[in-house]
Design a protein. Structure first.
Length: 524
């Protein structure tokens, strides 16, 4: 009874926290609406008392919501769940619960990816409103990316300690609070709030992969991971561009941040359809809920000391230097992707125009990149699930290297068509993104899965952080030199993944925990 009372208090605390955050955001809207006659330009306007009160409400609401989400008696719960292993059976039938979870997580990722993707659409408006150079406004995407790096690591840790669902919901609540970025009158406040927005958004992707990896039947895990992550990422970019085209001409660039309120609340509501890990529920003594989750998803529970199972599928865990080597391989691959996606592909259109290509050609290349991304996602899902998880990643890194070599040749020759090298870059980089995090989620044991996936996700943004730093310092190299520099970590990633990578297709995630054992997991 005490447990039930505590759970009810937690639910009410979370609801109260969400209401406080929402009220805090709404208190910022009057100032935004007052600026309608000025084209919704708020630069230089002082904050009114309502806005200041709203900021306190947001901070307090996040704290209360976090208190409601986070479990009590954490040490006892972790000890209780030490010898519990949850896994979907190999022959489980893909049911409605699995499809619904995939749909919900795709929508969640679209909303999550949409905000960082909207950064590029807000920069021109900021330059105009604040009257500062583009290099100064570049601090906004720089700090937003820095926030995603911090968020990916932070939420990965929270997911491993407090549960997947709690971290997703807390991230969504913070996401709602960052809506006020659209009402900040000064550039400095925008930079600070965009950092917080990045921190809230950065954790969704790795936690989603960790949760999905644990809930899907083993034989369906690979393609579902790639498909959910890929469609969520591509859909986020489409949603950002569509929202910008629809609303920015009417309300200005600030509406792209204020849209965090309805989309973030949608994310909170969708959280009710996201199941918690059955192991987490069992550890809290909520056996009936855990059994209901297991019935819906076809999972089995096994209690007792972990033992290495000789299943003979080659999916046993890497340990020691090999485990460190695999993490290093995925880290370098993630950094390479960030340099390509947030650096070379963003600089390339400007460089092409400088070389005499028309603006139409460079613009068409960017537009076609989104169209190429969709079939790439399905291709990667097919390769990943039917051929090889390890060699699919190696193949996409090799395709990216071929694209980099093509850009280098184009720069050295001074003439030629950019279509093939750019197409190879787009296919390769989208393929790396679609495969990298699912492969990471399948490669590390449950106790550190969130942290490992969060770290690799953070490294994808860290590469972009370096590229944006060069933009701020006005040190953008020529495309040939940039391609040659990025080829170095790309080649290193290719060699490390080929050497240290382990095939995970159709493997049982229990092997990873059993091979390491409880003591190693605690040390990890």
């Amino acid at each position: 009874m005490n447990s039930t009372l505590s759970d009810r208090q937690a639910i009410w605390a979370f609801a109260l926290g969400c209401a406080a955050v929402t009220a805090g955001v709404l208190l910022h809207l009057p100032m935004f609406l007052m600026a309608k006659g000025m084209g919704y330009r708020l630069a230089g306007m002082p904050m009114d008392p309502g806005m200041i009160s709203g900021m306190f409400l947001i901070v307090g609401g996040v704290i209360v919501a976090a208190w409601g989400l986070l479990p009590r008696n954490l040490a006892a719960q972790r000890a209780a769940g030490e010898n519990i292993t949850i896994s979907a059976p190999e022959d489980a039938v893909l049911g409605w619960a699995h499809w619904r979870l995939m749909f919900v997580l795709i929508v969640a990722l679209i909303i999550d990816v949409m905000k960082p993707a909207a950064l590029g659409f807000t920069v021109p408006g900021m330059v105009s409103e604040y009257g500062v150079p583009r290099s100064t406004v570049s601090l906004v995407p720089f700090f937003a990316l820095m926030g995603t790096v911090v968020g990916s690591i932070l939420w990965g840790v929270i997911a491993d300690i407090y549960g997947r669902k709690a971290s997703i919901l807390l991230s969504a609540v913070m996401f709602v609070g960052t809506s006020i970025c659209g009402a900040m009158p000064s550039l400095a406040w925008n930079i600070a709030m965009c950092f917080m927005m990045g921190a809230a958004a950065g954790g969704m992707l790795p936690v989603t992969y960790a949760l999905l990896a644990e809930m899907m039947p083993n034989r369906h895990r690979g393609w579902s991971l790639v498909l959910v992550g890929g469609l969520g990422a591509v859909g986020g970019y489409f949603a950002a561009s569509g929202l910008s085209a629809l609303l920015q001409p009417i309300f200005g660039w600030r509406i792209l941040w204020l849209a965090n309120l309805p989309t973030g609340l949608t994310l909170v509501l969708l959280g009710g359809l996201i199941p918690e890990s059955a192991k987490f529920l069992l550890a809290r003594g909520r056996n009936k809920e855990a059994e209901a989750v297991m019935r819906r998803f076809g999972a089995t529970v096994r209690r007792g000391p972990a033992m290495v199972a000789a299943r003979g599928n080659g999916h046993g865990a890497l340990t020691g230097r090999k485990l460190i080597g695999k993490l290093a391989a995925l880290t370098v691959a993630a950094l390479t992707w960030g340099l390509v996606n947030f650096g070379l592909l963003l600089w390339l259109p400007t460089d092409l125009v400088a070389k005499g290509y028309s603006v139409a050609v460079s613009s068409r290349l960017l537009a076609e990149s989104a169209l190429i991304a969709f079939p790439t996602v399905f291709l990667c899902a097919l390769m990943y699930s039917r051929w090889s998880t390890k060699w699919s990643l190696v193949t996409m890194i090799a395709v990216t290297l071929a694209g980099l070599a093509g850009v280098l040749r184009l720069d050295l020759a001074g003439t030629g068509s950019p279509v093939l090298p750019v197409a190879l870059l787009i296919v390769g980089s989208n393929g790396i993104l679609a495969i990298l995090l699912p492969y990471t989620a399948e490669s590390f044991p449950l106790r550190v899965r969130g942290r490992a996936t969060g770290w690799v996700a953070a490294c994808t943004k860290a590469g972009g952080l370096l590229a944006q730093g060069l933009s701020i310092a006005a040190l953008i190299p020529s495309m040939g030199l940039a391609a040659m520099i990025i080829m170095v970590p790309g080649a290193v990633a290719l060699a490390l993944v080929a050497w240290f990578g382990r095939e995970t297709r159709g493997g049982d995630l229990r092997d990873l925990d059993e091979a390491l054992g409880p003591e190693a997991l605690v040390a990890a």
